[in-house]
Design a protein around this ligand. Structure first.
Ligand code: ZN
Length: 200
């Protein structure tokens, strides 16, 4: 669907950014614009740029922060709708520094994937990740990642220990890696995830 925003300013400095909606790298030169005197700082400018790909608005505040920010990680193709929704949600959480929520979404996602692939009911996230490793859903070379996640990503929603950015990025990267392996690669070679031979 193509539409035009009305009364937009056409002579602002082009800005290059990763759109938080569509994920494209864009460089629009049209924006809604305002400026004011900020105490102790001086004249500051505010912009709302319109993505040249998807037409959605992105706000840049007086500290040049981008809202919404770019989602963390890469798109994964071939995901079932519910897995897709939860993965996108986790990526968007990262764009607003919601690291604990992002890890909780990944935890739910990995448990869902493991359960769907035959893990049955496990006690906790750690056991689901262990099951994924033991059943070869983590490719050779990925065990080191999995060990990190097993130790750090455990029980984010039961304990008070807060998740920092680095840990959240590790969990997101591992999740992306696993989803590509379980869903995207089989889809590319014409297999559905559920048609894969049992990996036991
Ligand atoms: Zn866009």
């Amino acid at each position: 669907m193509f539409f035009e925003w009305q009364n937009i300013h056409g002579s602002v400095t082009p800005r290059t950014y990763i759109c938080g909606y569509c994920g494209d790298k864009v460089g629009p030169d049209k924006a809604y614009f305002a400026e004011y005197d900020k105490p102790a700082i001086g004249r500051v400018q505010l912009f709302i740029y319109i993505c040249s790909s998807c037409r959605q608005p992105t706000y840049f505040d007086s500290d040049d922060r981008q809202w919404p920010g770019a989602a963390f990680g890469a798109r994964v193709h071939g995901l079932p709708p519910d897995v897709q929704e939860l993965y996108d949600e986790a990526r968007r959480c990262m764009s607003v520094s919601a690291y604990n929520t992002a890890v909780m979404a990944c935890r739910k996602l990995l448990m869902h994937v493991a359960h769907e692939r035959g893990a049955g009911e496990k006690k906790n996230f750690k056991q689901y990740v262990a099951w994924l490793v033991e059943n070869h859903y983590v490719p050779p070379g990925g065990e080191g990642w999995a060990d990190q996640i097993r130790g750090k990503g455990n029980e984010a929603n039961h304990e008070i220990d807060l998740i920092d950015q680095h840990t959240a990025e590790q969990v997101l990267s591992f999740t992306e890696f696993l989803l590509k392996f379980v869903y995207e690669l089989p889809a590319r070679v014409g297999l559905s995830a559920t048609n894969q031979p049992d990996a036991v």
